[in-house]
Design a protein around this ligand. Structure first.
Ligand SMILES: [Zn+2]
Length: 212
């Protein structure tokens, strides 16, 4: 399994391509910018894209979704229903960051913890982790966790935007993420990777040596 990280879009959110060399299947997590670049990477791998999975409805993670869907018209995009409203207000979200708006991104399917998805014979486990937004999702694929803006290297996602809630993110991280296998590698929506073990120890908010 190959994981490619592409920091793209107006504020460099990470889009990930997960690719299985044997089956040639791929999953894209987020569509943060430059859809043509994402498509070129998929083509260079000879990948057959199965799903586009979105961790939440903030503009910087879905900025290029419509373009990517035009380039890959048969591929479905998934988002948790609780973030549908955020997408409808993508123009306002962009405006708050001084960025020109884009059309409302089109979602094909809503995803929650009961959604069954597989990739190259492996289960994709969707984990609902509200707190940064109500519909925030993490995706676990064979020891690799894609955490969106819920969990970052020694940090957590902000909770002061619409739908954010500190006690919810605390619950999501302590009860749902910190109880996963400690060796799991965490691939966040911004900046660099971490592990569950590292965050249990060093996370600034919920780690053993937390500052707060
Ligand atoms: Zn966000």
């Amino acid at each position: 399994m190959i994981i490619k990280k592409l920091p793209l879009g107006p504020i460099e959110a990470n889009t990930y391509i997960i690719f299985d060399e044997n089956s040639k299947e791929a999953v894209v997590i987020e569509a943060s910018g430059d859809a043509q670049k994402i498509k070129n990477e998929l083509d260079n791998l000879g990948a057959n894209l199965k799903y586009i999975l979105l961790t939440h409805g903030h503009f910087d993670h879905v900025f290029a979704l419509n373009e990517l869907k035009e380039l890959c018209p048969d591929v479905k995009a998934y988002l948790n229903k609780e973030d549908e409203k955020l997408l409808e207000h993508i123009g306002v979200q962009c405006g708050n960051f001084g960025i020109a708006g884009v059309d409302v991104p089109k979602i094909d399917e809503f995803i929650d913890e009961n959604t069954k998805l597989s990739f190259a014979g492996k289960e994709i486990k969707p984990i609902h982790t509200p707190g940064h937004t109500k519909g925030s999702m993490c995706y676990l694929i064979e020891g690799e966790l894609f955490s969106g803006d819920t969990l970052f290297f020694e940090e957590i996602g902000r909770c002061d935007l619409p739908g954010g809630d500190f006690s919810e993110i605390e619950n999501s991280i302590r009860k749902k993420l910190f109880t996963l296998d400690k060796n799991i590698v965490v691939h966040p929506g911004h900046s660099h990777d971490t592990t569950i073990a590292h965050e249990i120890k060093y996370n600034a908010y919920f780690g053993e040596n937390s500052r707060y």
